[in-house]
Design a binder for this molecule. Structure first.
Ligand code: AG3
Length: 290
């Protein structure tokens, strides 16, 4: 018997569909039921620290760069002059960390519904959360995102990033027409909305993705979808929505201007920017047929 033999294992599984699950061998570090959701931190030998909310992987130390670089740098490379950023959700801090890398950004308002997520991430996921206590341009509020945009002034942000959980959790209201309409109103004339928009492979998420796209398309003149690889999420590939009043993410992509900023990135680059908007045929078809 080898020295590494263990008589028992603890495996965390995320159910994609009844017949498929994604599993990680883990040690549980922390768990808490908040009024909004169940927070669990685990350690896995490949992915490092893993955060799940209500049983769905949100962040892992190993691959969070893929998600956070793609959610932040795509809109910033379309308009590197963005000054006023609103992040809805994003309690782990990864999205705030990436947007804070731009000197042109003057303020980042972040509205997270669950303070417990921020506090736990500060302790267990400092890689993403350290920025939340050190960034002077960041203004952190613990409020409901839908209510916040409803009462926000017209034309008060250049970029809104919706870094939400899945629509079945406390983030459900962030997938509604009502919410998207307020985002449109609150954005400047050249404003951009980027939102977490699920995967296209498994039925339930695919339906949510198509529904969200249909709603956003009715409100914003430009509404696209872009994808990226992320190893710890079900299906390994995920999508964000890009919507704008003015800018097309490809035609108005300011690649050389972005490159001059000299930001070091692990996933994002100007080729990836363009490529991420190229959709496989089965995804094009489901988006066109709606
Ligand atoms: N937000 C959740 C993305 C969707 C996860 N869903 C899933 N694994 N089924 C991630 C927050 C990162 N800042």
């Amino acid at each position: 018997m080898s020295d590494s033999f263990e008589w028992s294992d603890i495996w965390y599984s995320e159910y994609c569909l009844p017949g498929v699950k994604l599993s990680f061998k883990v040690d549980v570090l922390y768990s808490e039921q908040t009024p909004f959701q169940k927070i669990v931190f685990m350690k896995n030998e490949v992915f490092g620290t893993v955060l799940t909310l209500d049983g769905y992987v949100q962040v892992t130390e190993r691959d969070e760069f893929m998600y956070h670089e793609m959610i932040a740098h795509v809109p910033m490379a379309v308009n590197p002059g963005i000054k006023r950023v609103l992040i809805i959700g994003g309690g782990d801090g990864g999205t705030a960390r990436e947007t804070a890398r731009y000197k042109a950004v003057e303020k980042i308002d972040m509205v997270e519904i669950d303070e417990a997520v921020v506090r736990a991430c500060e302790k267990y996921m400092p890689q993403t959360a350290a920025v939340l206590s050190s960034e002077p341009r960041l203004n952190l509020k613990f409020e409901d995102g839908l209510a916040f945009v409803k009462s926000a002034k017209d034309n008060s942000y250049d970029l809104i990033i919706v870094d939400s959980t899945d629509p079945c959790g406390p983030g459900g209201s962030l997938f509604t027409t009502d919410f998207y309409r307020d985002c449109y109103r609150v954005l400047s004339d050249d404003g951009i909305l980027v939102n977490q928009q699920e995967n296209a492979f498994y039925d339930v998420e695919r339906e949510e993705m198509v529904k969200a796209h249909r709603k956003i398309k009715e409100i914003f003149p430009i509404a696209k979808i872009y994808g990226f690889n992320i190893a710890s999420y079900e299906s390994g590939y995920w999508y964000f929505g890009f919507a704008s009043k003015k800018y097309d993410p490809i035609e108005d992509h300011r690649a050389s201007e972005w490159e001059k900023l000299g930001l070091k990135t692990e996933y994002y680059n100007s080729d990836i920017h363009k490529a991420s908007f190229a959709l496989p045929n089965y995804v094009k078809e489901i988006l066109q047929s709606d």
